[in-house]
Design a protein around this ligand. Structure first.
Ligand SMILES: *Cc1c(COP(=O)(O)O)cnc(C)c1O
Length: 436
């Protein structure tokens, strides 16, 4: 099978501007192969004229495939059959009316990407990674991860029958480690940080000829993650058509603002790429303002944005939100460009605010998020207070990972349960306690 997508044209280095034919380069531009955040990051480019000629977006309304395969002409794969047989995507977009009202917002939507096969947004990228590793005939696929990218890779690799090797910090939450082990990946728990695991994985891939899924290093991960934007725009359009007071008729509608948490910056870069694709195709009429939310205890990109720097200065990440605990963000160029070009902002929330955001998301929005997912909502709360968003705007918050990934975080917010005798008197006593 031809490993390349029909509509993929070149890979362009965002650092030196060099362009490469898709078969001529694997990961990063040799102008800067492996230097923390200052990588020769490649942007994958498509022939939008050709895509527009063969792909009419109205086809989507009758496509029974709810997975990311429905967007295959815009993906770096030869066709939807190249994806592993474990469908990714189709996560619901919920109109969170009560959660929105609590902040004075009329049109707040939650994209719950915790509802993917391995329970995080990372499934979108890992499906593409496995498809490309198989198309390239690689015997093994590897990644470094704070946990979710690895869980997603382990699941997709299991579906495809491809061996996977995972480098994780030994401090990853048990639920994530359990996912890796049970899907049968080879797990190397590193006595060190995510950043050290990342460099070790890259070295091992070079040494052993494995396919490298590393975030920010493998340029195709952005292309998987961008599918979240396609879905959001399609779902918003459907929602607005069904609620005629909005009067929308287009197959895709972009929100006014979107909030997502940021570690390496690959997701927010992917969100931007998704809307850029739709804009280039003429399928949406504007780019949403993108707000990237970090923890104050892992704020390298927030700091760089505030200072106006081209690249982040590494930090010592200590946040409880493990999925966004990153010292030297690897997709910094795409992330900073996403926020700057869209007219959004970076925000940084203290860990207490991030953890506190888990409860309203679940109680008023009915979405159970892990801390990194809840960080996006903590950022929205800050943005409302700062007047960055308006009450009548259409706002999307992405939950990037399920709360079941880290039940300890949720329990730290709620406290434990009250144990009672199995009697009605004890029930009355407990209800009385709860209401006082
Ligand atoms: C990976 C991850 C993020 C951050 O994504 P980056 O691409 O590293 O910025 C946020 N939330 C969750 C749940 C994640 O797994």
């Amino acid at each position: 099978m031809n490993p390349e997508a029909k509509f993929l044209t070149v890979l362009r280095c965002l650092r030196c501007g060099a362009t490469y034919a898709p078969g001529a380069i694997a990961y990063v531009c040799p102008c800067r192969p492996n230097m923390g955040s200052d990588l020769g990051t490649l942007d994958v480019q498509f022939d939008y004229t050709a895509i527009r000629q063969m792909f009419d977006p109205s086809q989507l309304t009758t496509d029974p495939d709810q997975s990311i395969g429905r967007y295959w002409p815009l993906l770096p794969i030869a066709g939807r059959q190249a994806l592993p047989p474990l469908p990714v995507g189709g996560a619901p977009l919920l109109h969170a009316q009560r959660l929105g009202a609590s902040l004075g917002l009329a049109h707040l939507f939650l994209k719950d990407d915790g509802r993917n096969p391995s329970a995080s947004l990372k499934d979108r990228a890992s499906a593409i990674a496995v498809a490309r590793a198989q198309a390239a005939g690689r015997p093994v696929i590897a990644t470094a991860s704070t946990g979710n990218a690895a869980a997603a890779l382990a699941a997709q690799a299991a579906a495809a029958g491809l061996p996977a090797v995972i480098f994780v910090p030994k401090s990853a939450p048990p639920a994530k480690l359990a996912q890796l082990l049970i899907y049968g990946a080879s797990v190397l728990a590193i006595d060190g940080s995510y950043d050290q695991a990342f460099d070790l994985c890259t070295a091992a891939c070079e040494e052993f000829g494995w396919y490298n899924r590393n975030t920010g290093y493998n340029p195709y991960m952005t292309e998987g993650k961008k599918t979240v934007s396609f879905e959001i725009a399609e779902q918003l359009a459907r929602y607005k058509m069904q609620n005629r007071r909005y009067g929308a008729t287009a197959p895709f509608v972009a929100p006014d603002a979107l909030f997502v948490s940021v570690g390496d910056g690959c997701i927010i870069g992917g969100v931007y790429k998704g809307f850029s694709d739709l804009l280039a195709l003429g399928w949406v009429d504007h780019m949403p303002r993108l707000y990237g939310v970090q923890s104050t205890q892992s704020a390298a990109l927030y700091d760089a944005w505030r200072r106006g720097d081209a690249l982040p200065t590494p930090v010592q990440a200590t946040t409880r939100a493990d999925s966004i605990a990153v010292n030297a963000p690897r997709d910094a160029v795409k992330a900073l460009n996403a926020v700057r070009s869209s007219g959004g902002a970076f925000l940084a929330a203290p860990d207490e605010q991030i953890l506190a955001a888990i409860a309203p998301l679940a109680r008023l929005g009915a979405v159970f998020a892990e801390p990194a997912g809840a960080a996006a909502f903590a950022g929205l709360t800050q943005a409302v207070a700062a007047g960055l968003v308006q009450p009548d705007e259409t706002i999307v918050v992405i939950n990037t990972g399920s709360g079941l990934k880290d039940v300890g975080a949720a329990m730290s917010v709620t406290g434990g349960t009250t144990v009672i005798e199995p009697t009605l008197d004890a029930v009355k006593w407990a209800l009385n306690q709860a209401s006082t």
